[in-house]
Design a binder for this molecule. Structure first.
Ligand SMILES: C[S@@+](CC[C@H](N)C(=O)[O-])C[C@H]1O[C@@H](n2cnc3c(N)ncnc32)[C@H](O)[C@@H]1O
Length: 324
């Protein structure tokens, strides 16, 4: 089953994600590519553990879903997100039995190591989301990234490292076969938490059923308000938590109002959200985050509603109420 960020809870639970098998062990695979690992690996258990797979590539997501369906693995959730966002926002503290990373992108060029997944802050986050006795398995062909990951795990201060043989299924992934055909070997390590670590969840919330808590504002527009052009607006949180870019403003033919398109970037998460500006019966206008696209409500998304409101104030609107 493919689940979008907006359909998760923050944090979520096995009871909700795997209602028929909530008691089974829970495995997260990061960067599953075309999804070959899990159908192989799941067979090595008497009962397939609950599986959570996270990928950045939408094409990979569809390929993997086909493989999991063909293997009859119905207690599997796939999602398209950066792994650290999923771990931080969605996975509960101490929720996972295992995290698997097979052939992560090595970012080999000098100066690109900041893009690597397995850095010390990530190991701390992973340790906080693993159960006691849980582990993180890394298999890679890349000598330098392997040494880098081991050094970062030590630097995190919360992970012990053992080198070992990889699980057989890790040698059957698309990238494993690619490196094997080139005659290259692989490295494998098992990282286990050595200390209890707390990494708080962020402030993400699902779009509420009760629309009264959706970020909004009520304002009175000047009678002459009829925008004909729109210049991009960029706002940054002084603390660096988010950047909001208002990209465009569209007239609504159906509702006699407008819709602003905003790009919101915060802590690894990027969302494109729509903010509606619609007339109300009493002559005021409602500025409100639209449900379209399944947005997750975060401080950056609230800031996008505030930015639209501020832009309207700059064009003569008088704000009656702020709900963000
Ligand atoms: C080199 S491929 C390996 C794919 C697969 N594990 C295999 O062994 O064939 C790395 C994969 O990780 C995904 N990826 C990279 N960074 C990621 C991140 N931050 N979160 C989730 N997936 C990521 C990429 O989209 C890519 O599919």
């Amino acid at each position: 089953m493919i689940v979008r960020l907006g359909d998760f809870r923050f944090p979520d639970t096995p009871d909700r994600l795997y209602p028929r098998t909530p008691q089974r062990p829970w495995v997260l695979e990061i960067g599953f590519g075309d999804g070959r690992f899990w159908p192989h690996h799941a067979r090595s258990f008497p009962e397939a553990p609950n599986y959570l797979g996270v990928e950045l590539s939408g094409v990979s997501l569809l390929k993997a879903q086909r493989r999991l369906n063909a293997a009859g693995l119905d207690n599997a959730v796939l999602t398209k997100l950066p792994a650290d966002v999923l771990l931080r926002e969605v996975v509960p503290a101490g929720g996972l039995d295992r995290i698997v990373v097979n052939f992560p992108d090595p970012w080999p060029k000098a100066g690109h190591t900041d893009h690597r997944l397995l850095r010390a802050p990530f190991f701390r986050l992973a340790a906080s989301r693993l159960k006691p006795g849980g582990d993180l398995l890394l298999t890679t062909d890349h000598d330098e990234y392997f040494d880098f990951a081991v050094a970062e795990a030590h630097a995190s201060g919360v992970m012990a490292v053992q080198t070992a043989e990889p699980p057989a299924a890790a040698l059957e992934t698309k990238y494993a076969l690619k490196w094997r055909d080139l005659g290259l070997g692989v490295h494998h390590a098992r990282f286990t938490p050595t200390a209890a670590v707390t990494v708080p969840h962020g402030a993400a919330q699902p779009y509420p059923e009760d629309e009264s808590t959706v970020p909004h504002a009520v304002l009175t527009l000047p009678a002459t308000f009829a925008p004909t052009d729109f210049d991009k607006v960029t706002q940054r949180d002084p603390g660096g938590a988010w950047t909001v870019i208002l990209l465009d403003l569209y007239g609504s033919l159906r509702r006699d109002g407008w819709v602003a398109l905003a790009h919101v970037v915060e802590d690894g998460l990027t969302q494109e959200v729509l903010v509606g500006i619609t007339p109300r019966e009493d002559g005021t206008h409602l500025v409100r985050l639209a449900k379209f696209g399944g947005p997750v409500i975060t401080p950056g998304v609230k800031a996008a509603v505030a930015a639209v409101t501020g832009w309207l104030e700059g064009h003569g609107a008088v704000v009656r109420h702020r709900g963000y």
